[in-house]
Design a protein around this ligand. Structure first.
Ligand SMILES: [Zn+2]
Length: 288
């Protein structure tokens, strides 16, 4: 059965090639990393092949396949082993029509640190992307990844794969790619505010609720709800990094968001250590 609102084969293939080029140009992938799929019928997708740079793909290399994994058409190469993860997302959430997977450096750094992207810090990320849980590590290409993604496919629009990279999905392939872009942008802002500037004013709960209402009106039902600051606190920076969890939307177990204090520090530098490093750097600069 075919639906008019699915892209044609030709449209899907052109979009995959274009998004592959953009991923490569934006440094979301290196060498042959990453994979892209686009649904063209209820049970059929086009997918990127294994072992090819996403920046240099040709139309005749793309693979047409059923959602059960059976190949309809392919060139010299089969689909990437990571396509299993895409197939699982499509089967868990029939509204999904496009999936992108890449290793954008800042997202991947958060995934390696085991930190979810769930701060209510700016509206665009919250509305179009939502919060992004970090799910536990599984070997790339193994059945463990589809299994671990499954519980998140309906309630979220993207996940970080611990020690691996990022995956996003949407009602169109373009929406999935924009979410991948938003995720890297959001992760970069989080890195600057949380780890370089050292402060982030978190939206209060009323502001977050307004954004959730806007999101619902836009027809986006997934994305989770980030922790917010109580009204009247002046949007102070809250401690709330959520580590990798194994359940969808777990109540976040809190990690420190601001620079660590000398007393609470267990896995980072204490204020004393930081002062010593700073003094040593200043002393060294004076000698230059
Ligand atoms: Zn990967």
């Amino acid at each position: 059965m075919s639906h008019r609102d699915y892209p044609t084969d030709s449209e899907a293939k052109q979009l995959i090639l274009e998004i592959g080029r953009r991923m490569y140009q934006k440094n979301f992938v290196a060498a042959n990393d990453g994979n892209i799929t686009c649904k063209v019928d209820d049970d059929i997708i086009w997918a990127t092949p294994t072992g090819v740079s996403k920046g240099f793909m040709h139309e005749d290399q793309l693979v047409k396949m059923y959602l059960d994994g059976k190949i309809i058409r392919q060139g010299d190469l089969g689909p990437s082993s990571e396509i299993k993860m895409h197939l699982r997302i499509y089967s868990e959430n029939p509204d999904v029509r496009g999936v992108t997977h890449a290793h954008p450096p800042v997202c991947t750094s958060f995934a390696i640190a085991g930190i979810s992207l769930d701060k209510a810090i700016y509206p665009e990320a919250l509305v179009n992307l939502g919060t992004v849980p970090c799910i536990p590590y599984e070997t790339p290409g193994s059945p463990g990844i589809p299994e671990s993604i499954a519980p998140y496919c309906k309630g979220f629009n993207a996940v970080l794969l611990a020690n691996h990279g990022a995956v996003s999905w949407g009602k169109t392939l373009m929406e999935a790619f924009y979410r991948l872009e938003s995720m890297e942008h959001y992760a970069t802002v989080l890195m600057y505010t949380g780890n370089i500037i050292g402060k982030a004013n978190v939206l209060d709960c009323e502001q977050v609720q307004e954004l959730i209402d806007i999101r619902t009106k836009m027809g986006i039902s997934a994305g989770g709800v980030p922790p917010c600051s109580p009204r009247g606190t002046g949007g102070e920076a809250l401690p709330m990094h959520s580590p990798c969890g194994d359940k969808p939307a777990p109540p976040p177990q809190i990690k420190t968001y601001q620079p660590k204090s000398a007393t609470s520090d267990q896995d980072g530098l204490s204020q004393d250590d930081i002062s010593k490093v700073r003094d040593a750097v200043i002393a060294r600069l004076r000698n230059l």
